[in-house]
Design a protein around this ligand. Structure first.
Ligand SMILES: Nc1nc2c(ncn2[C@@H]2O[C@H](COP(=O)(O)OP(=O)(O)OP(=O)(O)O)[C@@H](O)[C@H]2O)c(=O)[nH]1
Ligand SMILES: [Mg+2]
Length: 194
């Protein structure tokens, strides 16, 4: 994918701050610290465009990036960081849930899962929600560079078993592994967009 432009547009803290045009949106979802902002920077090969940090919960707003003037990347707040509680709503925040359920421009959800661990309860809950609601999505297994050549296939198998209806792509923001596969999924989603 040739990136001719990638710019930060805005941070939205509520629904009336969402963008107002009809360009398709690719949303990045996953628990705090899983590597959402790093994935965005790595796909765009722009260091520091989306803010990354070692402190979980860094991204608190919905952040819009306009790519090639054609589509948006949407960096959503991470879940599983705010207080522990029962429903996805209180665990994650009303904002992300509203966005996912109401956003008509949503062309693809990219769900991130840490390749080193089994999907968490909230990962499974989100994945079931995406399937149940018929939201187009792929799963990206992040930080694959932290696993050995023996460990990675085992972990991928376990993740694929747990998320049986989703395509899972191993990714590393350090090495760029999986970059072409993720871009192909994004291109396909944009091509299918009306
Ligand atoms: N080794 C390695 N580290 C990674 C990778 N992706 C992210 N990290 C590290 O993981 C930490 C969290 O990454 P972020 O991209 O900020 O995670 P996030 O999901 O955006 O986090 P929040 O915004 O807090 O929800 C940072 O220290 C990154 O450098 C990867 O592929 N490999
Ligand atoms: Mg982030």
């Amino acid at each position: 994918m040739k990136i001719t432009s990638a710019e930060f547009i805005k941070s939205a803290f509520s629904q009336d701050h969402w963008t107002e045009d009809q360009r398709p949106e690719i949303a990045f979802l996953g628990r705090s610290n899983v590597g959402k902002s790093s994935l965005i920077n790595s796909l765009l090969q722009r260091k520091g465009l989306a803010r990354t940090s070692n402190t979980p919960g860094r991204t608190q707003s919905i952040n819009y990036f306009l790519i090639n003037d054609e589509f948006y990347f949407v960096d959503l707040p991470g879940y599983g960081y705010a207080k522990v509680s029962k429903s996805m709503r209180s665990d994650w925040g009303v904002m992300a849930e509203e966005y996912l359920s109401q956003r008509e421009q949503l062309a693809l959800c990219v769900q991130l899962i840490d390749s080193r661990h089994e999907p968490t309860r909230l990962d499974l809950q989100l994945n079931e929600w995406l399937n149940f609601n018929g939201k187009p999505h792929i799963v990206v297994a992040t930080k694959s560079d932290k696993l050995s050549r023996n460990q990675l296939p085992k972990q991928l198998k376990a993740i694929r078993l747990a998320l049986k209806f989703s395509e899972v792509i191993a990714y590393s923001a350090e090495t760029g592994r999986g970059r072409d596969d993720v871009w192909n999924a994004i291109k396909a989603a944009n091509a299918n967009w009306p």
